[in-house]
Design a protein around this ligand. Structure first.
Ligand code: PLP
Ligand code: COI
Length: 360
């Protein structure tokens, strides 16, 4: 099967420069979208075909579209950053392409070749380059996704899919900048079990998380921390971020048990932390460890990490039975050092020694 090339059908009606600049001045997260999108079809027996870069527009969906009923859908999230020389580069798109393939396998969907995934992101960024914000942490967030496009109510893998990429300028994910978040330990609801879909980036995981997120908010917390589904004891991850625990100059992130998302930021930080001279490990941390080690002062900082949220300190923790301030409650030194190292790399202010940046 040959890989399709992406055909350009430019927008006849892009936003004006002034309208775009007004959005870029305060983009928020996921609220505004660029002028174009990529669409690539997959049909049983034919494979990938009809790759197009077209004006951003609503889709027309049949009421019996299989995704609306059975949620055979996956997505990715990655960012493009303006570099000091004015060029644009994405961070580890090969890793996103590979995770997209892993999600597809778990959800009985066709695997998009990695080079086509990257070419689709590149084509959209190149076309809508004016939408890449200029400075600092701001970036163009890319959202590749795929869903069943077949119409019918039989429960089985669809025989038609649509892959798309849309892009959205992104400021800070948490309005208010680097401010520690408060977290709720979810003991009633679980996110994922071994053998389930927790390691896949599929919509149902997020749908299932919303009631717990609402519960966290009702307790005055910003985010949910998910625990393992069997003992309700071992820390897994947050709603859209992985977690790191800082013990002085040793940082530990929950190991990949099959029920949490293998975050690309999480993986990158294992390396970046070692480059900076820290010990970085994967391990098991229970809610009791967290509370005790915070009280005895050995657990100095906790932070969350992910593409959208970058690195965000955890300032306080609450559950049905306990309530504590994490460390001083303020952003910690190691957290902020790692945050700076990651952003400096992504924005081209330090050398890309691991070959992670993908220039357009
Ligand atoms: N965990 C979940 C559930 C997520 O949705 C995300 C975001 O993609 C992450 C962790 C962090 O992953 P990454 O660093 O690849 O963005
Ligand atoms: C990301 O960080 O890319 C995510 O997907 C997190 C969230 C917006 C779902």
């Amino acid at each position: 099967m040959t890989t399709p090339t992406i055909e350009l059908k430019p927008s006849s009606n892009p936003l004006s420069d002034a309208e775009r600049e007004a959005i870029l001045a305060s983009p928020g997260f996921g609220r505004h979208f660029t002028d174009h999108m990529v669409t690539i079809k997959w049909t049983e027996g034919r494979g990938w075909h009809d790759a197009e870069l077209v004006p951003y527009a609503p889709l027309s969906i049949d009421p019996a579209n299989m995704t609306l009923h059975y949620a055979q859908t996956i997505f990715e999230g990655l960012k493009a950053y303006k570099q000091p020389d004015g060029t644009v580069a994405t961070f580890r798109p090969e890793a996103n392409a590979e995770r997209f393939q892993a999600s597809a396998r778990r959800m009985a969907m066709p695997e998009l070749p990695a080079d086509l995934f990257i070419a689709a992101c590149d084509a959209l960024i190149a076309q809508d380059r004016a939408w890449v914000p200029d400075s600092g942490e701001a970036s163009l967030y890319l959202r590749p996704f795929m869903f069943a496009s077949e119409v019918g109510l039989g429960v089985r893998p669809a025989n038609e899919f649509l892959f798309m990429v849309i892009a959205s300028p992104a400021g800070a994910y948490f309005p208010g900048g680097v401010k520690p978040v408060s977290v709720w330990l979810s003991e009633e609801y679980v996110r994922a079990v071994k053998g389930g879909t927790g390691a896949a980036k599929t919509g149902g995981n997020y749908a299932a998380s919303l009631v717990a997120q609402a519960q966290a908010a009702s307790h005055g917390c910003d985010q949910v921390v998910w625990l393992d589904a069997v003992e309700h004891r071992w820390i897994e991850e947050m709603g859209g971020m992985n977690l790191y625990f800082v013990y002085g100059d040793r940082i530990v992130t929950p190991e990949l048990t099959g029920s949490l998302l293998p975050g690309i930021t999480r993986d990158s930080l294992l390396t970046i932390a070692r480059d900076l001279g820290y010990t970085a490990e994967e391990g098991r941390i229970s809610t009791e460890d967290w509370k005790r080690d915070n009280e005895n002062g050995t657990l100095t900082e906790v932070f969350a990490c992910g593409t959208a949220a970058v690195i965000t300190p955890v300032g306080s923790v609450k559950s049905e039975r306990a309530n504590w301030t994490q460390g001083t409650g303020e952003p910690g030194e190691v957290t902020m050092k790692l945050r700076k190292a990651l952003l400096d790399l992504q924005t081209g202010h330090t050398a890309d020694t691991h070959g992670w940046m993908h220039p357009l």
